[in-house]
Ligand binder design. Structure first.
Ligand code: ZN
Length: 224
């Protein structure tokens, strides 16, 4: 057995989850040396907004979206973004970037006192519209994914895009059931966003706004 296979738990290979459907995205880069991958960032996305099941999200992450196909896409023209995972409404799991690499999902962001969350987080997109509900099949896949990720990475934090980029992002929004996720994962309360933590993050972000987003792509302005 190759040495590298022995360093990863069952079900993983080079940061790819073996049971996910792989749709490689060119939008990624190396993580900084020594990055501690301890944060999961949850997002919501649907293209066009509110329409589910089409190929447009995969096309966006693959830089293959036809910007002229829908008026909403005009605002995404030229956007180069990605996420590690997408969970469809039916619970199907897709992976676009190895979790060992840096995907481009968070943009300008700050959480647990560290900026540029793309450096050391894993991005999970839930197909949906921010503020609205998500499907039971999506929660089941998410819970399984969370457990798989904790076997491979030293996860100790989970937050929404709305928490790590307050005032700029709103996803996944109030339709996401954080209490359910906490119960399903049995993770400690202090791994989850709290009102006090959000306030602290706002204070950190507000203390030195000029520093945020200094490194790496921050091209998700039009993405949820
Ligand atoms: Zn987002």
């Amino acid at each position: 057995m190759p040495a590298e296979a022995e360093t990863e738990p069952a079900g993983w290979r080079d940061g790819w989850l073996e049971h996910a459907r792989v749709v490689p995205s060119p939008n990624y880069g190396p993580r900084p040396n020594g990055a501690l991958i301890d944060l999961l960032v949850l997002h919501s996305i649907s293209l066009p907004p509110g329409q589910y099941g089409g190929p447009e999200i995969e096309q966006l992450f693959g830089n293959r979206l036809d910007w002229d196909a829908h008026p909403y896409f005009e605002g995404l023209r030229g956007l180069e973004v990605s996420s590690h995972f997408l969970i469809r409404r039916d619970g199907a799991l897709l992976q676009f970037v190895s979790c060992d690499d840096r995907a481009w999902h968070a943009g300008r962001s700050c959480w647990r006192g560290r900026e540029n969350c793309n450096d050391d987080s894993i991005g999970i997109e839930l197909e949906g519209l921010e503020g609205l509900h998500f499907e039971p099949a999506q929660y089941r896949t998410l819970a399984d994914l969370c457990q798989a990720l904790t076997r491979r990475y030293p996860i100790m934090h989970v937050a929404g895009h709305e928490h790590i980029a307050p005032g700029r992002k709103l996803d996944p929004g109030p339709g996401f059931d954080w209490a359910w996720l906490r119960q399903a994962t049995c993770w400690p309360q202090d791994w989850f966003p709290l009102a006090t933590a959000v306030q602290q993050n706002l204070a950190v972000s507000g203390a030195d706004p000029g520093k945020t987003g200094a490194q790496g792509p921050d091209s998700d302005a039009a993405m949820q």
